[in-house]
Design a protein around this ligand. Structure first.
Ligand code: GAR
Length: 203
């Protein structure tokens, strides 16, 4: 486990796949840019590539396969919650975590959980954001970090980054350009969110 000196906030990062945003957040915490210590990388897929990177870098991981719960979202979340409690997690960053969370979970973590979404929210919540932006003839796309509330991708936006949509862009080429901005946005926005959380805790 990497060394973090006296860092207050115990952070869990949730992923479902590649984990490039997770990696950026871990590196920003290590660099001292975010007052948090990533103490758990949790995935709903055993095969998530990001888990390998986390393991290689000495970070504790947990994999809880949602498919084992036969569609019972709350039962899945109860096991996730138990794992978070075991690790004394205080704050959650969703980073490419592709499960919709129920109100049971979002209410518990309200004000302590953020998400990155690949669109300029409130435009295009949900899936296929880049395809939808191109088909709508938008001139700009981007990414947003927001507080997680009950409604999917509906919580207050903390910060956003914008990129131009270019002639001939495909959903893939646009996704690639937006991802570069995600890696700049997420550390900055998570820092803002955690400062806000610490202010509330102290206040
Ligand atoms: C990112 O583009 C993120 O914004 C998106 O998944 C990708 C994960 O990439 N998240 C969502 O679509 C959430 N609704 P990563 O695993 O390399 O960070």
């Amino acid at each position: 486990m990497p060394e973090f000196d006296d860092v207050p906030v115990r952070l869990a990062i949730f992923i479902s796949g590649r984990g490039s945003n997770m990696k950026t957040l871990v590196e920003a915490c290590l660099a001292g840019d975010i007052p948090a210590r990533p103490i758990l990388i949790l995935s709903n897929k055993y095969s998530a590539e990001g888990l390998e990177w986390a393991t290689e870098n000495g970070l504790p991981i947990a994999a809880i396969d949602h498919r084992a719960y036969d569609g019972d979202r709350e039962a899945f979340e109860k096991d996730v919650q138990e794992t978070l409690e075991m690790h004394d997690v205080e704050f959650i960053a969703l980073a490419g975590f592709m499960r919709v969370l129920t109100p049971w979970f979002t209410e518990k973590w309200e004000g302590r959980m953020v998400n990155i979404h690949p669109s300029l929210l409130p435009k295009y919540p949900g899936l296929h954001t880049h395809k939808r932006a191109i088909e709508a003839g938008d001139k700009e796309a981007g990414c947003s970090v927001h507080w997680v509330t009950e409604g999917v991708d509906e919580g207050a936006v903390i910060d956003r980054e914008t990129v131009p949509i270019k002639e001939g862009d495909t959903p893939e080429s646009l996704a690639e350009r937006v991802l570069e901005r995600e890696h700049i946005l997420y550390p900055r926005a998570l820092n803002k969110a955690i400062e806000d959380f610490l202010d509330r805790e102290e206040g």
